[in-house]
Design a protein around this ligand. Structure first.
Ligand SMILES: [Zn+2]
Ligand SMILES: [Zn+2]
Length: 433
């Protein structure tokens, strides 16, 4: 029996026992033998899923397509989408269309919970699929499916602008959809409505009449070595799943170092500084001059949002004496003076590869499923809504250049890195869940 057949038959056997249990009112109504059988079945199901289905994208696809023809499933198979091959996303979308426009409760009542979960995830991985169906989403004006408006261009522009003009209840929703549409006329409309040059949701700023992105178009996923992933998988908390396709990106990589051991002491608090990211090689499309090293004080960053560093010609950071409103470049703490043999700060990062981000992972706002959210360039994945930074020296809006998410690198949140190339200043911002 192949993995798919075994997995599906195990699921069927579990359903039969669960039906019996529920019909008779609780687990204790099953015989001891049946309870043991149910436990064993669940354990075996998990083994087949992680050992034979997850590693094989085509097997994952076969299971998912089979399940999408059924009703009344829980959201337990939600993560399967992250294991199926890119080319199959449209098929999953088609099989989930019955749930389009439904909210979570409506989908539950209709037995379309899994289909609803698929749409919820697909809006981030393939927003284009939704564009021909926006009328179904327009009528709902739901915050659950705003990702579907990403890159929608002129579609529903007139209606959305009208909504922003006239509706109190849906004004913010319409604004978000207009910003995410990417259509310059929509951006102009929102900017004049709000009397601003910076649209935080879209991540764009208007200068001399032109919109420019506050992030690099180029995007790279930070890929730890398979050995590091394996080690981490054995010690990781149960909620971490470090094996989906966002953690298995193929192709040529650019060498870099990230995270790793702590370094010398922070001049402000005497706590050890933490290495975040070292780029020794140029990263095409990202406005950073290698070599460059980003660090943070994990203690100061709790109250200093953001934490500011000035980088010397070698890319090495120093903390200015003051920061934020009292920024003063001099009188800081110069890392290049350190005895590197003693501290070895710069060589304790973990070796990683930067891999060009496949389009499906370009716009990641799905924080539920432990995807790889460690990235250089591309649009930021905001954990708590957008927070763009201003350079404390020149007062220009800074560019977003990287993010490190919990899991391998960091627990309980996301660290965002911003950069001002004219002042060579980095701003490190951390956000908690
Ligand atoms: Zn500190
Ligand atoms: Zn600046």
């Amino acid at each position: 029996m192949n993995g798919v057949e075994e997995y599906l038959s195990l699921l069927d056997a579990i359903v039969l026992l669960a039906q019996k249990r529920d019909a008779e009112g609780g687990l204790d109504r099953l015989t001891d033998e049946e309870q043991t059988q149910l436990r064993n079945l669940r354990q075996r199901t998990e083994e087949v899923l992680t050992g034979r289905i997850h590693p094989d994208p085509e097997a994952a696809l076969e299971v998912l397509l089979t399940l999408l023809d059924r009703r009344g499933l829980s959201n337990a198979h939600r993560r399967l989408l992250d294991y199926i091959p890119d080319h199959a996303l449209p098929r999953v979308f088609e099989k989930s269309l019955l749930a389009l426009g439904m909210d979570y409760k409506e989908a539950d009542v209709s037995g379309l919970r899994l289909q609803h979960e698929m749409l919820d995830k697909l809006q981030w991985q393939a927003p284009d699929l939704f564009h021909p169906y926006l009328s179904a989403l327009w009528s709902k004006r739901s915050w659950e499916s705003t990702g579907a408006w990403w890159g929608a261009g002129r579609r529903f522009s007139h209606e959305l602008r009208n909504e922003m003009n006239t509706s109190i209840a849906h004004r913010n929703w319409a604004q978000l959809c207009l910003e995410w549409s990417g259509e310059p006329e929509n951006l102009n409309f929102v900017a004049s409505k709000l009397n601003t040059q910076l649209l935080e949701n879209a991540g764009v700023e208007r200068k001399g009449g032109e919109w420019r992105r506050l992030y690099a178009d180029a995007c790279y996923h930070i890929m730890p070595s398979p050995a590091d992933l394996t080690t981490h998988n054995m010690t990781a908390p149960a909620h971490m799943h470090l094996d989906d396709l966002s953690w298995r990106i193929n192709g040529e990589g650019i060498q870099a170092e990230y995270w790793g051991a702590e370094g010398p002491k922070c001049p402000h608090c005497d706590y050890n500084l933490q290495h975040l990211l070292t780029l020794s090689n140029p990263v095409p499309g990202v406005t950073l001059h290698a070599p460059i090293t980003f660090v943070v004080c994990t203690y100061c960053m709790i109250s200093d949002r953001p934490t500011i560093f000035v980088h010397d010609d070698h890319g090495l950071p120093e903390r200015p004496k003051y920061h934020g409103s009292g920024f003063e470049e001099t009188g800081g703490y110069d890392f290049s003076d350190l005895d590197r043999e003693t501290y070895k700060f710069l060589h304790h990062g973990l070796p990683v590869q930067l891999k060009v981000t496949p389009s499906r992972w370009l716009f990641q706002n799905d924080f539920n499923d432990s995807q790889n959210l460690n990235r250089v360039g591309g649009p930021p994945s905001w954990l708590q809504g957008p927070e763009w930074e201003t350079c404390p020296k020149c007062q220009q809006t800074m560019l977003f250049v990287f993010q490190l998410h919990d899991g391998l690198a960091y627990t309980n949140g996301t660290i965002y890195g911003f950069w001002c190339s004219s002042c060579r200043i980095s701003a490190i911002l951390n956000t908690y869940t």
